[in-house]
Design a protein around this ligand. Structure first.
Ligand code: GAR
Length: 205
């Protein structure tokens, strides 16, 4: 039986699309049960519906507390027996409460080579710092912001004439490759966590 996946988004959803496409090509043995957004207008919700996947806007403003909001999400996950959550441009920090209550794994993708340039506008931070190489990181989520154990990274060059958009576009192409790859490694039981280090086990014959 396939493992149930949920993807959380806040906007465009191009990483979500790469996951949907990878599943529909039969390359990713996960069952994408639900897409959750904290933004009603997120284009990713349309992408999900178009692919026939349940897409839910969960309104943070409808709750008095962060805990109430996260509880609503936890209930949706539990009802659908979700084992893995992929954050794909989800612009909220999940609380320790959420991570404690959710019994599965949570992954995130971030547009920098962590631990450099955590948080918002990572590509802008990279340009301003003047690095010559940047990239993207898929990592397990812990209680910090972009601090969890690293699963995969991919690098891209930074050119003298780059602006935030051109660098973001170059990184995004790599994001669309490594997120489905990392999820596949998880789905096929090839990720072994030991403290901060994530070992990639050989393919099972
Ligand atoms: C992606 O570049 C993702 O790495 C980034 O937001 C973008 C979402 O694009 N995430 C973060 O910056 C999280 N800190 P998408 O909605 O098209 O997938």
């Amino acid at each position: 039986m396939k493992i149930n996946l949920a993807v959380f988004i806040s906007g465009r959803g191009s990483n979500l699309q790469s996951i949907i496409d990878s599943i529909s090509r039969g390359e990713l043995p996960l069952d994408l049960k639900i897409v959750i957004s904290d933004n009603r207008e997120a284009y990713g919700l349309k992408r999900a519906r178009k692919a026939g996947i349940e897409a839910r806007y969960v309104n943070p403003g409808a709750h008095d507390s962060e805990k109430g909001y996260e509880q609503q999400i936890l209930t949706l996950l539990k009802e659908r027996e979700i084992k893995i959550v992929a954050l794909a441009g989800f612009m909220r920090l999940l609380s320790p409460y959420f991570l404690e209550q959710f019994s599965g794994e949570v992954m995130n993708i971030h547009p920098s080579l962590l631990p450099a340039f955590r948080g918002l506008h990572a590509q802008k931070q990279a340009l301003e710092y003047g690095v010559k190489v940047s990239g993207c990181t898929v990592h397990f989520v812990d209680e910090g912001m972009d601090t969890g154990p690293i699963i995969l990274q991919e690098s891209v060059p930074v050119y003298d004439d780059d602006d935030e958009d051109s660098l973001a576009a170059r990184i995004l192409k790599k994001e669309h490759q490594i997120y489905p790859q990392a999820l596949k490694l998880y789905a096929t039981g090839r990720l072994q966590k030991k403290g901060r280090r994530v070992k990639i086990l050989p393919e099972k014959k």
